[in-house]
Write a protein that binds this ligand. Structure first.
Ligand code: SDX
Length: 428
C-alpha cells in the first residue's frame, strides 16, 4: 500500500506523506499543504482532522475498542483501580508496588487546599452550578502556587504541579458539594486511599466518621477509570489548545472543565437523568420521546445517545450498564428511571433512525443512574466526570509539552464582506 497521497489542483499533482499509526490507522500529513498549494483544508468540528500524534489512548469507533496505553478498558475496569490507572496514563506504564506506594504517599501529603480558597466558596450563591465553581477554583490554584505558572519548568517541577492537582481536586470537589448543602466541610484523612478519601470527604459527617461501603468504593473506582481519558475529545483538545500557549496546567485544566460542562459533552450525564425524569413525569411513553428525538423540527435530542467516534457500542456504556444492575441490586435500590432507560435503549436500537445513524448509548447514558444510586445530586454528575477525566487531561497536557508541540492556531475560510469604506454615523 502506498505511503504517498496525491492531490491534483488545476492539473498539477501534489504529493503528501501518509502516516500510519501503531494500530494501523491512516493519516495524510498536510503540514506543507498551504506552502505547496496555497490551499487549506476545511473540516467543521475537526471530524476528519488529527491534531496530534499521541501514545496515550487508542479507540476504534467502528469496533468499539478503547485502550489506555495499550491496556483494554475492560481489563482495567475489572482488575485495576483509579489511582493506578492515573499513574498509567500520566507516566506511560502500570506502576510497580514501590511506584504506586510512592505515588500515593506524594498525593496524600498534598490533599489540603489553602484555607483562603474557602473564601471563594463563600462568595457563591448556594445553588451555583458546581462546574462553574470547579473551573474557577482549579484556575485559582495558580494564584496559591505561582511556581506552577511556568509551564516549561523542570520535569521535577512539572511533576510536582501534577501531584498537587491530582491531590487537591477531590478535596475541592467535596468542598463544593458540602458547601452547596450548607454542611460543614470534611477534611481529607491520610489513612484513606485516593477514592476512599474522596468518599469520606463527600459523605462523611463532622460528628462521626461514616463507614465507607466497599461496594461504593469499587463502583467509584470503576466509574472514574472509565472516564479517565478518551483521546482528543472536546475537553482534552481544549486543554491541549490552552496549554499550547505555554499556559500553566491549572488554567489549562480549568478550560477543559468548562468545555466538559457542555450538554453535548460531559454535561450529558446530567442531561440524561433530567431527560429520564421528564419522560417518567410525562407517563413513561418512550415511543413518544423516541419520535421527538427523530423529529427535525423538535429540538429534543436523546441525551446519552450518539458519539462522534463510536459508531458501534461505546465499550464504557456496556461496562456501566452491567455495573448499574449490580450496584443497584447490591444497594437494594429500585430506580424507576433505570427501567425507562432500558426501554429507551431497546426501542432506539431497533429504530431505523438510530440504526442508520449508528447512534448507540454512550458513556453518559447509564452513569448518572449509578451516581444517583451512590447518593450524588444531579448537578454533581459532570463534576464527577471531571474528577475521572483529570488524569487524562494531565497526560495530554504533559505529552504536548514533552513533545514541544507548536501553539495551536487553525486557519479559516473567510466568508465576510470583502472591502467597505468607512461611513460617518450621520450617513449610515
Ligand atoms: C461525551 O468525544 C468524546 O470522546 C466525548 C466523550 C468523552 O469520553 O470525552 O465520549 C464524552 O461527550 C459523550 C457524548 C455525550 N453527548 C450526548 O450524549 C449528547 C447527545 N448526543 C449528540 O448530541 C451527538 O451524538 C454528539 C454530540 C455526541 C455527536 O455529534 P456529531 O458527531 O456532531 O453528530 P451529529 O450531531 O452530526 O449527528 C449525526 C446525525 C444527525 O442527524 P442527520 O442530520 O444526519 O439527520 O445523528 C443525529 C443528528 O441529528 N443525532 C441524534 C443524536 N445524536 C446525533 N439525533 C437524536 N438524538 C441524538 N442524541
Amino acid at each position: 500500500m502506498s505511503d504517498i497521497a496525491e492531490i491534483k489542483i488545476d492539473g498539477k499533482v501534489y504529493e503528501f506523506p501518509i502516516i500510519t499509526g501503531t494500530e494501523g490507522e491512516k493519516s495524510i500529513d498536510i503540514s506543507k499543504l498551504r506552502e505547496l498549494t496555497g490551499h487549506i483544508t476545511l473540516d467543521l468540528g475537526y471530524k476528519n482532522t488529527g491534531s496530534t500524534k499521541s501514545a496515550i489512548t487508542f479507540l476504534d469507533g467502528e469496533k468499539g475498542i478503547l485502550k489506555y496505553r495499550g491496556y483494554p478498558i475492560e481489563q482495567l475496569a475489572e482488575k485495576s483501580n483509579f489511582l493506578e490507572v492515573a499513574y498509567l496514563l500520566i507516566y506511560g506504564d502500570l506502576p510497580t508496588e514501590e511506584q504506586i506506594v510512592t505515588f500515593q504517599s506524594k498525593i496524600t501529603k498534598q490533599t489540603l487546599i489553602h484555607e483562603d480558597m474557602k473564601k471563594f466558596l463563600d462568595g457563591y450563591p448556594s445553588r451555583a452550578h458546581p462546574m462553574a465553581q470547579l473551573a474557577s477554583l482549579v484556575c485559582s490554584l495558580s494564584s496559591f502556587y505561582p511556581e506552577s505558572i511556568n509551564a516549561n519548568s523542570s520535569p521535577e517541577a512539572m511533576d510536582h504541579t501534577i501531584i498537587k492537582l491530582l491531590a487537591k481536586l477531590p478535596t475541592i470537589v467535596s468542598f463544593i458539594y458540602k458547601k452547596g448543602l450548607g454542611h460543614p466541610l470534611i477534611y481529607p484523612k491520610n489513612k484513606f486511599d485516593y477514592v476512599s478519601n474522596y468518599l469520606h470527604m463527600t459523605f462523611g459527617q463532622r460528628t462521626e466518621e461514616v463507614e465507607i461501603d466497599p461496594v461504593v468504593v469499587k463502583a467509584m473506582n470503576t466509574l472514574l477509570i472509565l472516564h479517565a481519558d478518551h483521546e482528543q475529545n472536546c475537553s482534552a483538545s481544549t486543554v491541549r489548545m490552552v496549554g499550547s500557549s505555554d499556559c500553566n496546567l491549572f488554567a489549562s485544566v480549568s478550560a477543559g472543565i468548562d468545555a466538559l460542562w457542555g450538554p453535548l459533552h460531559g454535561g450529558a450525564n446530567q442531561a440524561v437523568i433530567e431527560m429520564l425524569e421528564t419522560i417518567k413525569e410525562d407517563g413513561g411513553d418512550t415511543e413518544k420521546w423516541i419520535n421527538k428525538a427523530k423529529d427535525k423540527n423538535d429540538p429534543f435530542r436523546m441525551m446519552g445517545f450518539g458519539h462522534r467516534v463510536y459508531k458501534n457500542f461505546d465499550p464504557r456504556a456496556k461496562i456501566i450498564k452491567k455495573a448499574c444492575d449490580d450496584i443497584l441490586d447490591k444497594l437494594g435500590i429500585n430506580d424507576p428511571v433505570l427501567e425507562i432507560a432500558k426501554k429507551l435503549e431497546e426501542a432506539a436500537l431497533s429504530d431505523p433512525y438510530f440504526v442508520e445513524r449508528k447512534l448507540y448509548p454512550n458513556v453518559d447514558f447509564y452513569s448518572g443512574i449509578i451516581y444517583r444510586a451512590l447518593g450524588f445530586p444531579t448537578d454533581m454528575f459532570t463534576v464527577l466526570f471531571a474528577l475521572g477525566r483529570l488524569p487524562g487531561w494531565i497526560a495530554q497536557w504533559k505529552e504536548m509539552h514533552t513533545n514541544k508541540e507548536p501553539i495551536g492556531r487553525p486557519r479559516q475560510v473567510y466568508v465576510g464582506h470583502t472591502n467597505r469604506e468607512f461611513v460617518e454615523i450621520e450617513q449610515r
